[in-house]
Design a protein around this ligand. Sequence first.
Ligand code: 6R9
Length: 656
Amino acid sequence: MEQAGESKAIEAHLTEDRVFPPDSAFTAQANINDPAVYERAAADPQAFWAEWAGQLDWMTPWNTVCEWNPPHAKWFLGGQLNVSANCLDRHVRTARRNKAAIIFEGEPGDTRVLTYYDLWREVNQFAGVLKNLGVNKGDRVTIYLPMIPEAAVAMLACTRIGAVHSVVFGVFSSDSLRERINDSQSRVLITADGGWRRGSVVPLKAAADTALDGGACPTIEHVIVYSRTSDPGTVSMQEGRDQWWHRLMENAPARTEPEPMDAEDPLYILYTSGSTGKPKGILHTTGGYLTQVHATVKSVFDMKDEDVYWCTADVGWVTGHSYVVYGPLAAGATVLMYEGAPDWPQRDRFWELIEKYGVTIFYTAPTAIRAFMKWGTEHPAGHDLSSLRLLGSVGEPINPEAWMWYQEHIGGGRCPIVDTWWQTETGAILITPLPGLTATKPGSATRPFPGIAADVVDENGNSVPLGGGGFLVLKEPWPSMLRTLWGDDERYRNVYWSKFDGKFYFAGDGAKRDDEGYFWLLGRVDDVMLVAGHNISTMEVESALVDHPSCAEAAVIGRTHEIKGQAIAAFVTVKEGMGANSDLARELKEHVSRKLGAICRPDDILFTAELPKTRSGKIMRRLLRDIAEGRALGDTTTLADPNIVSSLKDKYENQE
Ligand code: 6R9
């Protein structure tokens, strides 16, 4: 989101009456089961957050909970702590010492279990490696690794010595890597020879070499290479610059003491792509961030010592930072980490893993759920998923149809679903059910987490009455919020704070609230369509399409129309074995019309085998708009598969 959309109010068309009250047995055992938590937190949010912060290990206590000079917040001022000490040392002093911290399964089927003590030992040593290479507190380190335990080791080792990490998603190109290294001015790059994806090697070291070629990243002094996929003898290493991880570890000290960090010291930078311009370096700091990721893991995922928790996100995404590494490890949880693709070697790999490790909590994205729906129910049905007790969703609005499928075919009708709304910028979950308290409705992220002041407002910043739609804003600071954009505070103010004159944080999303105050996320406001004077959310039309038994996934956009202003165009993938033809197209248009009203009826339906998505699985409607308007395609660097848009472009142009 670079500028905010123009819409006045987003109309709500979709109705959803199904309600699932919390199960009394679940509530009885839940970490949070006193409904008064909402009022208590609303009455004194600072006291609420201070209570959670008090559950961490502090080296020096804070003296001020929150200092708010809009748009800059500081939390737990005066306090000092270390993130790796909170994720490791305090557990190693207890019976968790020998508990599995990370259960790893590589795509080829290799497995490793690291206990808290193992992870503590590795992090101590690797922190020593970084120190020996001259990395100091405040220095930046770029991490470009596959989804392997060393990614967590590298991140935690940085936090141990106070270095600021910038993780770059392992499948990003050399250009993206170079841009991110140079923006953060990293001194060290940590990478691997490669990682496994669908049976092939993703050549990370080769991509890193291209990024660094010819002195293109002048700040990089050292490259550390982990050997994952090949014989070290076959990898090209640059003398004086590149060193093997395993060699460095041989000479590392056994212990590296955790550095006391101020609560507001930078913890990490994570780049997200803006729709225009260079990527934004989201900056998170130490004390508030750890407080909120820990609080949400305990409250939203109901994390217990007995759980086996699996979040399928890559560490290169914020979900991997907050809910694979920092939140769960701060809570002393057992985390399953899987390297590869869900359909390798077969489409049941995820269900096989859940059965194999007895996973109890499973957190994934709607895009994955829709892929599972498309592949058919026989894959989960072939496995015993009875260990599961809680399911989560994140990344996009989840269509009611996908929600129902998830509940029935994965959760066995028994598991609460937490649909969690948040962003790279928010650091942690902000809108979500609490599984022991909240009655859920398919497609709604339900209510703000206790202590979070979310609202839906109109163009003038006035709160929209219940039942209406508008812009999602945050009216008070929260501990894990971004502090600024790395090196560009002015852009931070412009992007997030300018729409409502510095008063509210504007998330860039549209939302409506129902009569009970439940939040229904409607997607990015930049995607909202204006059809004959009506503001229609792409998300609602997509949900109506996915509700049809033949439709697997849909992406909807507005294209220019002489009379209506915009006409609705839908790109649709169908389920396995369904015929994509003009009869179905007609039927789908009718179906949407019946569900949402004639105003929402798509003018065009184009069938396609795949939709263009970012690497974190979000549909890129901006590119579909370019296709439909016959424009040159905008920035495609964050696409998972750039071939999809070019073939769609051909298809679109030839149908007309
Ligand atoms: C965590 C993450 C943030 C954007 C956000 C919104 C969308 C995420 C959602 C959701 C509806 C949910 N989003 N979770 N929309 N319901 N449960 O995804 O961070 O990659 O920064 O994306 O994703 O549009 O603004 P990030």
